[in-house]
Design a protein around this ligand. Structure first.
Ligand SMILES: Cc1cn([C@H]2C[C@H](O)[C@@H](COP(=O)(O)OP(=O)(O)OP(=O)(O)O)O2)c(=O)[nH]c1=O
Length: 196
């Protein structure tokens, strides 16, 4: 076998971050419904979904195939309220105007699971946005970038221009906190190839 674990994801960002970290893995998408429960905090929501994604893929695997499964989830929240992925242009513009000139939080949880064994880690990052005008938000939607992103933006893309400051994990905002993920995988005996 030419890989060391399964990634329960369709996210090209997670794939890229793990590749850059030097891992060899195989993607098996987990299609888990992303619906917030009444009273659920942004941190708990990310943890539950990361757990469900890793769990869904684990269940599909042969119990004898003992490679670990990694699942992750990222959510954006402001004033404790979770902003999902935008439904349409108007929704994305509303989200971006809400984020304008303020700080918001990005929670990412990562779960590694092998059989009944499971470990979880999470990051919370505060992101400070400068002012975003309606015209900028509309033009940004038209670029195509926000459509599949929590909070309707990508820090690693065009939205980088609005980011005044971040406190926490940059890779966590992009979708997978690399440092914490490496620590979890090490506990399961998975090491990346060394960068040369
Ligand atoms: C805030 C932010 C989110 N995102 C992305 C990361 C995630 O892919 C996405 C949040 O959605 P998720 O539901 O965490 O992940 P996903 O549906 O893209 O992928 P999968 O469930 O198959 O693993 O938003 C960025 O790429 N940049 C950012 O700055």
């Amino acid at each position: 076998m030419d890989y060391d674990f399964y990634l329960a994801s369709r996210s090209p960002r997670r794939v890229q971050l793990l590749r850059e970290a030097g891992y060899r893995f195989h993607c098996l998408p987990a299609d888990v419904p992303e619906v917030v429960r009444a009273g659920e905090s942004p941190e708990d929501f990310a943890r539950r979904l990361a757990t469900d994604k890793a769990g869904a893929v684990s269940q599909r695997l042969d119990a004898a195939a003992v490679l670990p499964v990694v699942g992750a989830d990222t959510d954006v929240s402001i004033d404790g309220q979770i902003l999902g992925k935008p439904r349409d242009r108007a929704d994305a513009v509303d989200m971006l105007l809400r984020l304008s000139g303020r700080a918001h939080q990005v929670h990412t949880a990562v779960v590694v699971r092998r059989g009944d064994e499971q470990a979880i880690a999470g990051t919370r990052t505060d992101v400070f946005f400068g002012r975003v005008t309606r015209a900028e938000a509309e033009a940004y939607w038209d670029s195509g970038e926000p459509a599949d992103k929590a909070g309707a933006y990508a820090i690693q893309g065009l939205a980088g221009r609005w980011v005044k400051e971040i406190r926490g994990s940059y890779s966590g905002v992009v979708g997978l906190p690399v440092f914490e993920t490496m620590e979890l995988l090490r506990r399961f005996g998975v090491e990346p190839g060394m960068p040369r």
